[in-house]
Design a binder for this molecule. Structure first.
Ligand code: URA
Length: 262
């Protein structure tokens, strides 16, 4: 086969895989899990006492990822340093499957900071949060109260980030471990931005920052996060699936507008 034939054969193979439902390229080469090398047995440095040694636990040095994140986040004194500390953070496996590190969008001086869940496919491609269909709805929602991420003045602009900066495979919900290890960075991010209002979009940021979920009951009820006023709202992706809930979102936007006027 010459190179153009190889190209068309590879392309046909790829299209076939997409038709079968493949959405992500995880690795460059396939892994044959039947041929993975078995790890060598753990080396003992002391001879076990044959009378007492029943399955002595092997000491495995576990890295405390949450502590490592706390230390890294605490040293970040501005957005660039925080972004660099997160990109250098090795313990979250999601970084290996993601195309982009997605940190923020909008105006860091904005009075309102929006926190979503994690990048989806479009955000992973673009390297910016909320640029897909849900993000477009988010923009339209806030435009309705004269606010937007592109506005220069702090009173009418938005600053946007997510609980996680890397896309989980197939957009699955982030698990508790991932949330816990990235939380120190998110808390530092909020402290650096120091907004008047934090909007939590859906259950994942509520779980991360308020320690509870149940967005249907929580939405619209003002609370506090790290000393900032906080308003949980329905995630725009939920609104796309449940347009009837848009009237609740509209009530929450009006409540935000009134809060900012006070
Ligand atoms: N959903 C989110 O929660 N965040 C994004 O950035 C995109 C979709």
């Amino acid at each position: 086969m010459d190179s153009s034939e190889t190209y068309w054969a590879d392309r046909a193979l790829l299209e076939w895989q997409v038709e079968l439902g493949a959405t992500d390229a995880i690795l460059d080469a396939p892994v044959n899990r039947y041929h993975l090398e078995t790890l060598p047995p753990a080396v003992r440095t002391t001879k076990p006492d044959s009378k007492t040694a029943t399955a002595a636990p092997v000491a495995v040095k576990e890295v405390d990822a949450v502590n490592a994140a706390r230390t890294a986040a605490a040293t970040a004194n501005d957005f660039d340093a925080l972004s660099a500390a997160m990109q250098a953070f090795e313990h979250c496996e999601l970084r290996r499957g993601a195309r982009s590190f997605v940190f923020c969008d909008g105006n860091p001086a904005a009075r309102v900071m929006i926190i979503g869940e994690a990048p989806g496919r479009e955000e992973d491609r673009a390297g910016r949060p909320f640029v897909g269909r849900a993000g477009q709805l988010l923009d339209r929602m806030f435009e309705a109260i004269a606010m937007g991420r592109k506005n220069a003045d702090a009173a009418h602009s938005l600053y946007i980030t997510n609980v996680l900066p890397w896309r989980p495979p197939s957009n699955r919900t982030p698990d508790a471990r991932e949330i816990a290890m990235m939380l120190p960075f998110l808390e530092r991010h909020i402290a650096l931005a120091n907004p008047d209002v934090v909007i939590l979009m859906g259950n994942t940021p509520c779980q991360a920052l308020l320690g509870r979920t149940g967005i249907t009951r929580m939405r619209g009820n003002w609370t506090e996060v790290l000393g900032n006023a906080c308003l949980p709202m329905f995630h725009p992706a939920y609104l796309l699936r449940n347009p009837i809930a848009k009237r609740d979102a509209w009530a929450d936007l009006l409540s935000l507008k009134a809060h900012l006027r006070d």
